[in-house]
Design a protein around this ligand. Structure first.
Ligand SMILES: C=CC1=C(C)c2cc3[nH]c(cc4nc(cc5[nH]c(cc1n2)c(C)c5CCC(=O)O)C(CCC(=O)O)=C4C)c(C)c3C=C
Ligand code: FES
Ligand SMILES: [Fe+2]
Length: 431
């Protein structure tokens, strides 16, 4: 696919989503108005109408992506500096910059080929803003809900988000409640775990006991933000429904007599086998999502789960998506439906790797199709709001599953951050 076709595809996927969402005509406006609002002086935190528990900060966690090709170098250098994602030990500060620098031109070209940057910031800001509007209606006792985004490797980074929270009137002796809402449906220590470790790090730096005491001066370190975490949601019924409807939409493009024989290929970002063998929960949770979606579809079609985007020479979890497509084509199975199942908005893995490599390389671009990403899907955004409401009313700071470390975990960061988020249980009670 040429760069021009890719750019058209990129704009088309945005406008397709606009058509799917009645709220979307204001999509760009919504995202821009949030950036504008965040860039200027924020409105002060005020009590909600009922004088109850709000305001509540809703913080979306994700990896982020470069919004322009000029940001690719910084994005990759942060990514390769992250020991929770790519553990290089004492060589991290030496090898990280070296690998990222070598990789930058190739990845820059891929972002150029999908239209000049990752759409993840626009989608994340839009999804959160829309979710907060719904939450204000369905959870008035915790309103107003204020949207924030914290990316691990791109702007807005975690420290920027945290500073904004403090400037908006949370913490600094006034307390307040914030929910860290991972946007990875399935938990991996290399993704959600890394974002939470980073959040914990900045919480210690900006609001640790001594920092809090410096701001409120009473010596007991209270008045800090009470944090809770939505740490995974692999089988949430709204997520499953949104995926299932998108799959049905793609299946409807096949002639009726072939429709039930098309093979559904669920594709998730792979993990190095070292991470799998450490006991990472992600493979099992991805499989849980796949099974729940198939249950919802009444097992209408044959299916497999495969794994994409491995990086570097070490062993990764397979089978690889590209090999799987090739293998089925070789066996004469040409009707294949690719379903990105571990990421909720478009990114280079969908727009470049699947659309511009796997599908054209299959030799059958008319019968190998990709299901659209959730992006601005109103069903999906409603599901996010339902999850958030249930969490806000639950009084729990994180799931019991998050409290457990991997059997092979040797990271002090994991130990400390898990202790912190579990310990927020008591802070929540008084928030
Ligand atoms: C659930 C999704 C993801 C998991 C799990 C994951 C693990 C993981 N990733 C790397 C290394 C890289 N990932 C890169 C890009 C990238 N990764 C994901 C998602 C998951 N990664 C996405 C959505 C993206 C693209 C972002 C976008 O387009 O906006 C990259 C950079 C690109 C490249 O150089 O190829 C690297 C490197 C590891 C090592 C890992 C598990 C330990
Ligand atoms: S690596 Fe999984 S808890 Fe630390
Ligand atoms: Fe990745």
């Amino acid at each position: 696919m040429t760069a021009r076709r890719a750019a058209t595809h990129f704009t088309r996927s945005l406008s397709q989503a606009s058509a799917a969402s009645p709220a979307l005509p204001g999509y760009l406006g919504a995202a821009q108005s949030q950036s504008r609002r965040l860039a200027t002086v924020p409105p002060p935190v005020t009590q909600n109408a009922a004088g109850a528990k709000g305001p509540t900060a809703m913080v979306f966690l994700n990896m982020g992506g470069p919004s322009t090709t000029d940001e690719v170098g910084d994005f990759l250098s942060r990514l390769f500096a992250d020991g929770d994602l790519i553990p290089l030990g004492r060589l991290q500060s030496y090898l990280g910059p070296l690998i990222s620098k070598r990789r930058t031109p190739k990845i820059k070209q891929q972002y150029a080929d999908i239209g000049g940057g990752s759409p993840i910031r626009k989608w994340s800001e839009y999804q959160n803003e829309e979710m907060c509007k719904i939450l204000d209606e369905i959870s008035p006792e915790t309103a107003p809900h204020k949207p924030y985004v914290a990316f691990r490797y791109a702007d807005p980074l975690t420290d920027e988000m945290y500073t904004r929270l403090l400037d908006d009137g949370f913490g600094r002796g006034k307390g307040g409640r914030a929910v860290a809402f991972t946007q990875y449906p399935q938990y991996s220590c290399s993704t959600t775990g890394s974002s939470l470790n980073e959040l914990w790090k900045w919480r210690q730096r900006l609001e640790g006991k001594s920092a809090a005491d410096r701001t409120n001066g009473d010596g007991d370190g209270d008045g800090t933000i009470a944090w809770s975490v939505i740490d995974r949601w692999p089988v949430h019924s709204g997520l499953v429904e949104a995926f299932a409807r998108n799959i049905e939409k793609t299946l409807a493009e096949y002639p009726e007599e072939r429709r039930n024989e098309a093979v559904l290929l669920f594709s998730a970002h792979s993990l190095p086998m070292s991470v799998v063998n450490r006991g990472d929960p992600y493979p099992a949770e991805v499989a849980a999502t796949v099974y729940a979606v198939m249950q919802r579809l009444n097992f209408s079609n044959p299916y497999r789960l495969c794994w994409q985007s491995q990086v570097g020479p070490s062993a990764w979890l397979g089978p690889q998506t590209s090999d799987t497509v090739e293998g089925y084509i070789h066996k004469g199975q040409k009707d294949l439906v690719l379903i990105p199942i571990a990421f909720t908005s478009d990114h280079i893995e969908t727009l470049f790797e699947l659309d511009q490599e796997v599908i054209p390389d299959s030799g059958h671009p008319e019968t190998v199709k990709r299901v659209e990403s959730l992006n601005g899907n109103p069903l999906f955004i409603r599901a996010l709001a339902d999850m958030a409401k249930a969490h806000l009313g639950s009084g729990i700071s994180c799931s019991p599953q998050m409290e457990l470390r991997c059997p092979g975990c040797k990271s002090e960061r994991c130990a400390e951050s898990k202790k912190f988020f579990k310990g927020q249980q008591s802070a929540l009670a008084s928030a």
